[in-house]
Design a protein around this ligand. Structure first.
Ligand code: KG4
Ligand code: ZN
Length: 340
């Protein structure tokens, strides 16, 4: 007979999405994401507004997650929250809510690293879970990392960005182009009818397995300023080609370092994670590269790529099995190190 699996309520509130999920083991019973539209008009996340919105949204989001899962408080075995990295005010709302509920309902809790959650999201879909060790390219709004995953929640960083993250490269380019926030999904959409080879941008010169995206942003800005001097409608007349070419540059940089990581380690079990792994051009090119190289490739279900509480529940589940419970003095940490 199968052992009874723990039922865990998890919360993700590191940035501008309030999310709550209920998992039984690694089976997702519910995963509710309440996004905050308010930041769109400011062209980026306003931290103070984000924490206020989390405060307003957290109770209804948790109630919806419990109702969708058909789970009552007394059915829960543990709670989990994102401890960091992220925005302090946002992290405090999720962390304090869970600590309060933990005291009120006499439940233990698990404090989870957001980036571990992105990687552990791969285990939410049991049929295609990666085998250890595997290489994960984690690309989000704040991070770009090449990680060797040796076991659940056991990681080694092979390389990472020395400045901007891949998501920031998408979002900052979108801002330069006058597009809304977050720019990643908008560039993805506009690029679909553009020519990825129409314009070329510089590739960074950094240590192998590392990334840099701040030079690309400057390169794009200078290119556009030059072109706009000749033709003030350059952006609107070429928006699809510009988006496709920028996206092509970012994806080429990411995949060439991933390829190198696989060559250096000899690992052929390869995964993508983080919000930017929702990008259709990255997903398609990753899948083709994997086919060409003979890798076993893994991308989480679309809904588990961008920020969500189910991924926090996945990392929490493995911590639960190891008895790695949190204590009330575990503070939210905006700069929580990837490896403690
Ligand atoms: O992982 P995530 O949801 O939040 C962080 O942990 O940062 O990642 C958010 C990032 C944003 O920069 C957003 O523009 C980017 O992921 N993103 C995309 C796409 N969907 C989300 N970037 C490119 N194409 C997409 N389809
Ligand atoms: Zn994230």
């Amino acid at each position: 007979m199968r052992e009874k699996q723990p039922v865990i309520l998890s919360i993700e509130s590191s940035c501008d999405d309030t999310s709550a999920a209920v998992l039984r083991g690694l089976e997702v019973l519910s995963n509710v994401v309440c996004s905050q539209q308010i930041h769109e008009k400011f062209g980026g996340v306003v931290p103070e507004l984000a924490s206020r919105k989390h405060m307003a949204n957290i109770v209804p989001t948790v109630i919806t997650a419990l109702t969708d899962a058909n789970i009552k408080l007394e059915d829960l075995d543990a709670l989990a929250f994102t401890q960091g990295p992220g925005l302090l005010g946002s992290l405090l709302v999720g962390g304090n809510f869970i600590k309060g509920l933990s005291l009120g309902a006499s439940l233990k809790f698990l404090a989870v690293n957001h980036m571990h959650g992105h990687i552990m999201a791969h285990f939410l879909n049991l049929e295609t879970k990666p085998k250890f060790p595997f290489i994960c390219l984690t690309v989000s709004g704040g991070h770009t990392q090449l990680v060797r995953v040796n076991a659940p929640n056991e990681f080694e960083i092979l390389g990472q960005t020395i400045d901007d993250a891949a998501g920031e490269a998408f979002d900052k380019t979108a801002k330069i182009l006058g597009l809304d926030y977050p720019g990643g999904p908008i560039i993805d959409k506009l690029a679909k009818t553009g020519d990825p080879l129409k314009f070329s941008f510089t590739k960074p010169k950094v240590k192998p397995l590392h990334f840099s995206f701040s030079g690309l942003k400057t390169n794009i800005l200078q290119f556009l300023q030059r072109e706009m001097k000749q033709n003030s409608n350059f952006i609107s007349e070429n928006i699809n080609d510009i988006c496709a070419s920028v996206q092509h540059t970012i994806v080429t940089i990411l995949l060439s370092e991933l390829e190198l990581a696989c060559e250096k380690t000899g690992i052929t079990e390869v995964a993508l994670a983080g919000g930017v792994s929702a990008n259709s051009y990255l997903r398609d090119n990753f899948t083709s590269l994997a086919l060409e190289k003979g890798w076993a490739s893994h991308i989480p279900d679309f809904q588990y790529c961008t920020d969500n509480a189910a991924m926090i529940g996945a990392s929490a589940y493995f911590k639960y099995l190891n008895g790695e419970f949190g204590i009330l003095t575990d503070k939210p940490n905006p700069r929580l190190p990837f490896i403690l």
